[in-house]
Design a binder for this molecule. Structure first.
Ligand code: SF4
Length: 369
C-alpha cells in the first residue's frame, strides 16, 4: 500500500437504500450540470421512469385519494431549481450558525416527522439542481453567526452549516450525490478553511462518504432513539443497528460524528430504553481511534398543524399527541407547540445529564431541547 492511501475499514452493507419509482425534472433544472449527475445516478440505480417536464410545475403527484397522493409523492424524486428566496442561509439555533438546504422532503415514513408541519403540499422530495448556488453562501457567511462562530464552547467547529433541516441528505444521496459533492468541496477548502458542515441521518449507506477526503470538516450525526421506539415509529429508514454500524464506519474513517437522540419520548420504561441505546452506542464506538463524538437531544413535541398532517398520513399511529397531557408553548411569532410538562422535562433531562457522561464519557452534550 502506498503511504498516501487511506486505510479504510470494510464498509458494512447498508440495510436501507431508497430508490425512487419515478423522477421528474423541471424545465429550469434540465440543463444544469448537477442534474446530469443526478440522472446518471438514477440510471445506475435502475430508475426507468424519468420525465423531463415542459415547465417548472410538478405534475402527476395527486392520486385519487390522500393515501395515493402520499404514496406517489414518497416514491418520487423531483429535480428542481431552488429559487433565490431559498438560497439565503437562515440562522438555525441550537444546531448551527446557518441552515442551507440540498433538498426539501424525505422519502422515509417516520410517524412523528418534523417536516409534517413545515412543508406544505404532497410530500415529494425535491432535490436542488443548482448546487453551486446552494453551496455558495458557505463562503459569504464564513466567519458570521452566533451559535458556533467565535463562541467559547463550539468555536473550534468554525462557522457551521446544517444540511438536514428539511431533508435526510444521506437518505437520498444514492440518487443525488449532493452530499458527497458538498463534503468534498468543504474538505478541499473551496469555501474557506474555517467552515464545517453538519447533518443528521437515519440511513446507513455510507460507503461513498467513507472514502471522501473530508478533512474532518463534516460532522455526521445519526438520529437514534430507544430501540423499541425506533422500531415502532421510524418507517422506511435504516434499522438502528445499521445506523450504529454506519456511525462506527464513519468514525473510523476520521469523520467527526454525533448522535441526534430524537425525538425523546416519556413512555413507560423510557429509562431502560434509553439506557439500552446509550450502551449500544458505547459498543459501536469502542476502540475507534481519535473519536470525536457529540450528542444532541431533542424531546418530542408537536404543533396543531403537524398533528393534523401526521394523523392524515398515519391514521393508525400509536404516537402520543395528546394536548391534555402536554404543556402549550408559544413561540415569539405566536405559533403554538405542545411539549412535555415541566416536571417530565426536568426528570428526563436529569437522567440524560447523569447517564450520558456515565455511559458515553466521550460524548459531550451540545444541547438539550
Ligand atoms: Fe422525517 Fe427524518 Fe424520518 Fe425523513 S428520516 S421522515 S425527515 S423524521
Amino acid at each position: 500500500m502506498s503511504a498516501a492511501t487511506i486505510d479504510l475499514p470494510a464498509t458494512p452493507t447498508p440495510s436501507r437504500i431508497w430508490t425512487p419509482k419515478r423522477v421528474l425534472v423541471t424545465r429550469s433544472a434540465a440543463d444544469l450540470p448537477h442534474t446530469a449527475e443526478i440522472l446518471r445516478r438514477c440510471d445506475a440505480a435502475g430508475v426507468g421512469d424519468v420525465t423531463m417536464l415542459a415547465n417548472d410545475r410538478l405534475t402527476g403527484l395527486r392520486g385519487e385519494t390522500e393515501r395515493e397522493t402520499y404514496a406517489r409523492s414518497k416514491t418520487t424524486l423531483a429535480v428542481v431549481v431552488a429559487p433565490p428566496s431559498q438560497l439565503k442561509p437562515q440562522p438555525i439555533p441550537p444546531s448551527a450558525d446557518w441552515r442551507i438546504d440540498l433538498a426539501k422532503g424525505c422519502p422515509a415514513h417516520c410517524q412523528y416527522c418534523y417536516l409534517a408541519g413545515s412543508l406544505s403540499g404532497p410530500p415529494v422530495t425535491r432535490v436542488y439542481a443548482n448546487l453551486d448556488d446552494v453551496l455558495a453562501p458557505i463562503a459569504t457567511h464564513a466567519g458570521r453567526g452566533t451559535i458556533t462562530s467565535g463562541t467559547q464552547a463550539r468555536g473550534h467547529e468554525g462557522t457551521t452549516f446544517e444540511l438536514s433541516c428539511y431533508t435526510d441528505p444521506l437518505g437520498i444521496e444514492h440518487v443525488t450525490g449532493s452530499l458527497a459533492e458538498a463534503v468534498r468541496r468543504v474538505g478541499a477548502g473551496r469555501y474557506g478553511d474555517d467552515v464545517s458542515l453538519r447533518f443528521t441521518t437515519k440511513f446507513d449507506d455510507v460507503a461513498e462518504l467513507a472514502g471522501l477526503d473530508h478533512r474532518r470538516r463534516s460532522r455526521v450525526r445519526f438520529s437514534v432513539n430507544a430501540p423499541d421506539l425506533a422500531r415502532r415509529f421510524d418507517g422506511g429508514t435504516a434499522p438502528l443497528a445499521g445506523r450504529l454500524s454506519a456511525l462506527r464506519t464513519l468514525a473510523q474513517a476520521g469523520y467527526p460524528v454525533g448522535l441526534t437522540i430524537a425525538p425523546v419520548m416519556a413512555y413507560a420504561g423510557w429509562q431502560a430504553g434509553y439506557g439500552d441505546l446509550l450502551d449500544q452506542v458505547g459498543t459501536a464506538v469502542a476502540g475507534v481511534p481519535d473519536l470525536d463524538l457529540t450528542a444532541e437531544i431533542i424531546t418530542h413535541r408537536f404543533t396543531p398543524a403537524s398533528k393534523d398532517v401526521l394523523l392524515g398520513w398515519y391514521p393508525q399511529t400509536k404516537l402520543e399527541m395528546d394536548e391534555d397531557v402536554r404543556t402549550q408553548k408559544r413561540s415569539k411569532f405566536g405559533g403554538v407547540k405542545y411539549v412535555y410538562p415541566r416536571a417530565t422535562m426536568a426528570e428526563m433531562r436529569a437522567w440524560f445529564t447523569t447517564e450520558l457522561p456515565s455511559r458515553l464519557p466521550a460524548a459531550p452534550l451540545l444541547y438539550w431541547t
